[in-house]
Design a protein around this ligand. Structure first.
Ligand SMILES: Nc1ncnc2c1ncn2[C@@H]1O[C@H](COP(=O)(O)OP(=O)(O)OP(=O)(O)O)[C@@H](O)[C@H]1O
Ligand SMILES: [Mg+2]
Length: 463
């Protein structure tokens, strides 16, 4: 792209002269402005690579213009022109952030040389800014929202595992951000420049999954009319994300275990194995240890996957993040749906803070999208998203339990109470059951009994 210089001087003859003499020798576009005000107006419309401004001008002088450019367009390089004998003013311009100055009348070649140098500096500066922005983008965590201690621990783990090349297993309930986390690990890893291939295991029928992952050779089976490269090969050099790994059959687990051990794949119909360099990240919303006990999941495969686990907290365990998340999702989807920015009413936020969030952030996201689409006003009210305040009638019980038969309502309420109450204790004690028992005045064994009954695992709360 052609570089651009903006010359600012209140002497029209000078502008014409400079434009005519500089343009052929500098290989850049020369724009001119007859005053500081005009220059600022031009800069606000389109940035330039370099401003060359006279210091002595009627109305807004060069120093004032310099100050305003520094303030509003700090990435712009500014050079000053001054009459012979006013070096002191030129020096003070340098102190205020001008890059260089040149005294009039000037020698053409000297001026070209100084301008070239200033343009070079401007290119470097812009490159620097661009790189800084790019680095910020690959920081990778900025689209994950949450300040709670539980999320701080997640960020720490993500940063730590991203540096290594080992297999990661991300565990979390549905909608807790497993895929978002997997992408962040990839973005922060040395493999960031290569592909990230996501495979949603349960949505691909078992007999197709194998050929999808490993590829096949023409003629390997009836419909294999040509060679096909598998997803593992597509991810070569990068990362493959095996989403919901708990759903793959033991036969498939065996094949994947082989890939983990040997780092090679065998496309269907091929006799030779192909070496692949792929980092594997898997996710699950199931309790794989439980599945191992039931004989549905290979324990050797589990231990290979679970080298570095990341446990994502449930939304109800980090309620303090709800306002932040709601704001983030509101802004994200208002932009996506091209709607003006809306806000959540106090009443709705109170309901959000009370809710169980079985569907976690995905559920919150769906409600926010409904709110954006259905609220006529700038503020989203509970009614817009079909929610009602818990109100005194329900006595603090969740609305959805009130419609259940007595026994079930009681069991469900107890389950929620125990999960919230004990979950909180374990969060505080970082998974230490003895300490949690002390905190609530129960015997360790009794607490363990309740935990077993409601499927609460202290492991989920350990670091
Ligand atoms: N911490 C977070 N900050 C911002 N957005 C989030 C966060 N966690 C999840 N989300 C958003 O919530 C939605 C669900 O996240 P994601 O798909 O990563 O979760 P998941 O655990 O894979 O869910 P599922 O079990 O439904 O597949 C996505 O739109 C994601 O961008
Ligand atoms: Mg997912």
């Amino acid at each position: 792209m052609a570089r651009t210089i903006l010359i600012v001087d209140d002497e029209p003859d000078m502008l014409v002269l400079l434009k005519r003499s500089l343009e052929p020798d500098l290989d850049c576009v020369v724009k001119t402005a007859p005053s500081g005000e005009a220059a600022l107006q031009m800069l606000s419309k389109a940035p330039v690579d370099l401003v060359l401004a006279d210091i002595k001008m009627a109305r807004m002088d060069g120093l004032e213009l310099l100050g305003l450019i520094r303030q509003n367009h700090p990435e712009t390089t500014v050079m000053m022109m001054t009459a012979y004998g006013s070096i002191d003013i030129a020096v003070s311009a340098m102190k205020q952030g001008a890059y260089d100055f040149i005294t009039k009348p000037f020698d053409h070649d000297a001026l070209i040389l100084r301008l070239e140098k200033a343009l070079e500096r401007s290119t470097l500066l812009q490159e620097n800014i661009r790189l800084k922005k790019a680095c910020k983008r690959v920081e990778g965590l900025e689209n994950i929202v949450g300040k709670s201690p539980a999320m701080q621990r997640v960020y720490e783990t993500i940063r730590m595992v991203a540096k290594t090349d080992v297999t990661v297993l991300i565990t979390g309930e549905s909608g807790t951000g497993k895929e978002l986390t997997a992408r962040a690990v990839h973005r922060l890893s040395p493999r960031a420049g290569k592909s990230f291939v996501a495979v949603n295991c349960p949505t691909v029928p078992e007999h197709i999954l194998e050929s999808e992952l490993f590829g096949y050779r023409k003629g390997a089976f009836t419909h294999a009319t040509q060679n096909r490269i598998g997803l593992f090969q597509e991810a070569h050099g990068g990362t493959i994300f095996l989403d919901e790994i708990g759903d793959v059959s033991p036969a498939m687990q065996t094949k994947l275990l082989r890939v983990l051990q040997e780092k090679e794949i065998k496309p269907l119909g091929h006799t030779r194995a192909i070496t692949v360099d792929v980092r594997i990240i898997a996710s699950t919303n199931q309790d794989l240890r439980q599945k191992i006990k039931k004989g549905e999941f290979r324990d050797d495969f589990f231990y290979r996957l679970n080298v570095l686990p990341i446990l994502l907290p449930r939304l109800r365990e980090r309620k303090e993040d709800i306002p932040l998340l709601a704001d983030h999702l509101l802004e994200k989807h208002c932009t996506k749906l091209s709607k003006p920015k809306k806000q959540i009413s106090q009443e709705l936020m109170e309901i959000f803070l009370e809710r169980e969030w079985e569907g976690n952030i995905r559920e919150l996201e769906n409600i926010i999208i409904q709110g954006i689409l259905f609220s006529g006003e700038e503020t989203v009210m509970p009614g817009d998203v079909g929610l009602k305040p818990a109100g005194p009638k329900s006595g603090g019980l969740a609305e959805d339990t009130l419609v259940l038969p007595y026994k079930e309502a009681k069991e469900e309420t107890l389950r929620r109470f125990n999960r919230a109450y004990i979950g909180h204790l374990l969060m505080e004690s970082r998974g230490n059951v003895t300490q949690a028992a002390k905190m609530c005045g129960l015997e360790r064994q009794s607490l363990q009994q309740v935990m077993r009954r409601y499927g609460i695992r202290s492991d989920d709360y350990r670091e």
